[in-house]
Structures are given as structure tokens and as C-alpha cells.
Write a protein that binds this ligand. Structure first.
Ligand code: ACM
Length: 488
């Protein structure tokens, strides 16, 4: 049995089927790939379920083989690819390794779902014949994992990278600090991780990444064409930092560690010079670990920072970001603060009308990243029965997450660079919790960010998505069986 081409999520830009034609992988097939990583990535997917040897070669693919080819494909942007399946072979072409990686994800979904098994299964390992031409709608296709409320170690984050990259997302935003914990070692301020990292929501042991571990995550993600965006939230959401360095508070007294889930009670002291030495040194060290373009400085829910202080803080801090060579990213509350060039604002509103802060960002001409809380906050419950999650932005079914258009969410013609689905972890403590809230909504958001609006249709998406349930089961992902999806 073959999976129809139309089960691919996110929907490709163009699919031209070749009726009656199918490719079948032969037991003696080879994988031709231009880099060792791409070849071994695909071989690692295909060898366990097929039991085939699938040697990786750099040239000479023939009948029955798979070829990944770096080539200039007319009319395709850099991260696009073309996948051609004939009776003879499967060829994926792209100008870039990123495009080839995207094509590999599509190939994986064109094979029978048992390709996701890690034990040998019966073939045939067929791919429906035809040609796919595909490229993304938006350059920023993101997910966020809050490792501050609950800490998740390197292996859990790598697994999340694996999951999001299968759906062609290319950004992982890590929320690295909050009232409940500080998660990244900083040499100039060692107590941030040692003291500020030793707590989490609910009172567990917390934890933090050493610089070596963080660099390992950056490299692991980069190999999968995912860029890390580190967030150090300020001037609010800083209780963990203040427990470690009381000189950052206005009264100099260390607050107790915080393991609850309230927000808005902590602030850096805007009037003290040490605050800016702290921010400058932290940002410099994080920038040095970050090949990607963005440093996220939070800026949300600074309810304990007087409005004038908040603007003054950002007036001084945004240039500290740009001085590192990075671009400022912040939650849309930074909208009223003086913009700096290239600034990008992450919209997390939940009403049809943007609030004053978002309107200020749009009026500034800030670039916008869309994370409307009532659509793509993965920490919201699906329905009242969902065992974990919050509901302040409503219940978010798969349809609610899927059925909107980023181009028309906000009035006017804002400069939208993409979509990001945040997973806040106040109620999320285990990898199984991550899976339950992420699947199936993350693939729905991935299609929003990748596929042209003209290719997106809820009714058709439902049946495509249904074919992914068995794949998730084989991958060990415990997903929410949303009743609107006709699971097979
Ligand atoms: C947020 O949800 N506080 C950005």
C-alpha cells in the first residue's frame, strides 16, 4: 500500500502525479548524497524498517536507487526542492542542502507509514510516481520550548528538534530564563545557572545547560536546518536571576526562589548601572554561542516595571543587542519602545484587534512574527478534558490552530516574517506531556507557515493529517486524538 502524495504535511506547493507509476526501493539500492550527513540521515531513517544495507555513495545512483542532488532547479528559491519519482528512481534536487533536507522529509512521508518503525517490516517500499515542486511561504517557521518553567535536558530538546524538523520548521526558540529558573551557564555571572538554575515550577530540581551542552544543541539543530533563537526574558520574569544576584534588585535584597506559576512580580532595577553591565555581558556570551541572527529579549508582562522605566530600559538594552551583531526579537510589548533597525516583534495577542503595543509595532514598521495565543499557543488545552495545559486564551482544537491566514490576522499590511508556535511549560513536566500538546497541532502550524494559502483547506488537511497518526505511534509520540480528524 502506498500513501497518496496528498498526505504530505505541510502541503507541497505543486504535486503532479504520474498515474500508474510507482517507484519501489530495491534491497540492493544505494543512496547518493552530496554530504555524508544527508546520506546518513536518510539511511538512518530507511535501514531499520527495510533491513536493507543502503550504502551511501557520492555519485552513480542507478535503477532502484535514491539520489539527492545539489543542482540549480529553475524557478525554485534556495530552500525549495524538486522530488521526482519514476519507476526507475527517486531524485531530489535543490540548490541547497536545506532544500534537500526538506525533500528528504517529503520522501519519508511518501513511503508507507511503517518506514517510521525501528524494526524490520515487510515492503514493498514504494513511492507514488510523479513530481513535486515545493518551497516555503515564510522564512521563519518556528516552535518555542519553555525550558525555564520546567527544565528539559539536552536529549529531550534534541528529540523536539527531530520532531519539528520533520515538518519543515526551521527555528527553535528556547525560553531560557524566567522567574522559576535560569537555564544557561554564563561565565561572567556563574550564580545565574548555579543558583538561579536550581529550581523549577512545582519545586523540582531544575537544571541548566553548560556552554558545551548548549553548543551541542546549536550544532544538532543546525545539522537539521533548524536555527536556535535564545531568549533571556527581561526586565520582568527575572526572579531566578535576582535570587542569584540581589544587586540586580532596587533594594539589594534577594527574593526567595519561586516555584509557582504567577507572572509579573519581578523586575531588574532600571536605575542601576550594574543592570546594564549584567545585560551587556550576558548578551555578549549568548551571542557568541548563537550563529543565528536573533537574540530574544522577552519584554512581556513586565507588570512590576513602571512604564517610563520600561521604555528607558529598552532604550538602553536594544543597542546592546545590536552591538553584538544580532537582531532584536521581543514580545510585542516592546512595540512602544524606540525601534532599532531590523527589530522583530513577536505578536502573542488573542483578540481580533491588536492592542496598543502591537499597533505601535505595526506603526513603527517593525517586522512581525505571529504567535497569536488563541491560535498557536501549544500550552492551551484542546478541550476541557485535556489533562494538562492552560485555558486563559481558550481551547485550541486542531482546526482552530489551522484555520486562519497569517497575511490577514492583523490589519494593514504588516511585514510578517513567519509563524511560531510556543509551548509554555507551567503544566508540562515530561516528554510525554510535550508530545500530547504538540501533536497534532504543531503539524497544523507547520502547514500555515510553509504552504501557500491557496493550497490550504481544512477538509482536505484533516484527511492528510489522519495518515500521520500511525507514523507518530511508530515514533513513540503519544498524540491527542482530536475528534475532528478521521484517524485511520
Ligand atoms: C507570553 O505569553 N507571556 C509571551
Amino acid at each position: 500500500m502506498t500513501v497518496p502524495a496528498h498526505s504530505v504535511v505541510p502541503a507541497p506547493v505543486e504535486v503532479i502525479p504520474a498515474p500508474g507509476v510507482a517507484f519501489a526501493l530495491r534491497p540492493d539500492a544505494v543512496i547518493e548524497a552530496p554530504t555524508a550527513f544527508l546520506g546518513s540521515y536518510l539511511a538512518d531513517v530507511l535501514r531499520p524498517p527495510t533491513g536493507f544495507a543502503l550504502p551511501v555513495v557520492t555519485a552513480g545512483a542507478g535503477p532502484g536507487d535514491i539520489a539527492l542532488v545539489l543542482a540549480d532547479v529553475a524557478g525554485l528559491p534556495d530552500d525549495g526542492y524538486e522530488l521526482e519519482a519514476t519507476a526507475d528512481r527517486v531524485t531530489i534536487r535543490s540548490r541547497t542542502e536545506t532544500g534537500l533536507f526538506h525533500g528528504v522529509q517529503t520522501l519519508r512521508q511518501l513511503l508507507p507509514s511503517t518506514v517510521e518503525a525501528r524494526t524490520v517490516h515487510a515492503g514493498p517500499w514504494t513511492v507514488p510516481g510523479g513530481r513535486i515542486r515545493d518551497y516555503p511561504r515564510y522564512g521563519y517557521r518556528g516552535a518555542m520550548l519553555d525550558v525555564a518553567r520546567h527544565f528539559f535536558g539536552v536529549e529531550v530538546v534534541k528529540r523536539f528538534v527531530d520532531q519539528i524538523s520533520r515538518y519543515k520548521l526551521n527555528v527553535l526558540h528556547l525560553h531560557l530564563s524566567d522567574d522559576q529558573g535560569w537555564r544557561l551557564a554564563v561565565d561572567a555571572w556563574p550564580r545565574l545557572a548555579e543558583v538561579g538554575g536550581a529550581t523549577q515550577a512545582g519545586g523540582g530540581p531544575g537544571g541548566h545547560y553548560t556552554k558545551a551542552q548548549y553548543a551541542e544543541l546549536v550544532a544538532y539543530a543546525a545539522a537539521r536546518h533548524v536555527t536556535l533563537v535564545p531568549e533571556l526574558d527581561m526586565p520582568g520574569h527575572v526572579n531566578a536571576a535576582l535570587t542569584a544576584y540581589p544587586e540586580l534588585t532596587c533594594d539589594g535584597a534577594a527574593p526567595p526562589p519561586y516555584t509557582g506559576v504567577d507572572v509579573g512580580f519581578s523586575t531588574l532595577c532600571v536605575g542601576k548601572d550594574v543592570t546594564y553591565a549584567f545585560v551587556r555581558q550576558v548578551l555578549a556570551e549568548v551571542a557568541a554561542l548563537t550563529p543565528g541572527p536573533y537574540l530574544h529579549i522577552g519584554g512581556d508582562e513586565a507588570h512590576s516595571t513602571p512604564a517610563a522605566d520600561y521604555r528607558e530600559f529598552l532604550r538602553r538594552v536594544q543597542p546592546l543587542v545590536t552591538a553584538t551583531g544580532k537582531t532584536v526579537l521581543g514580545w510585542h510589548q516592546i512595540g512602544p519602545a524606540d525601534p532599532v533597525p531590523g527589530r522583530t516583534v513577536q505578536y502573542w495577542g488573542r483578540t481580533p484587534e491588536p492592542d496598543e503595543d502591537a499597533r505601535a509595532a505595526i506603526a513603527n514598521g517593525d517586522r512581525l512574527l505571529l504567535s497569536p495565543a488563541n491560535r498557536v499557543y501549544l500550552d492551551m488545552k484542546y478541550d476541557p478534558q485535556t489533562p494538562i495545559g492552560l485555558d486563559w486564551a481558550g481551547h485550541i482544537t486542531v482546526r482552530t490552530a489551522y484555520d486562519w491566514d497569517p497575511a490577514t490576522l492583523l490589519p494593514g499590511t504588516p511585514d510578517v516574517i513567519g509563524v511560531e508556535a510556543p509551548l509554555w511549560t507551567e503544566t508540562v513536566a515530561t516528554p510525554a506531556d510535550i508530545d500530547l500538546l504538540t501533536f497534532p497541532r504543531l503539524p497544523a502550524v507547520a502547514e500555515l507557515a510553509w504552504s501557500p494559502q491557496s493550497r490550504r483547506d481544512w477538509t482536505e488537511f484533516r484527511s492528510r493529517l489522519a495518515a500521520h497518526g500511525p507514523r507518530w505511534t511508530l515514533q513513540g509520540i503519544g498524540f491527542h486524538p482530536d475528534p475532528e480528524i478521521p484517524w485511520t
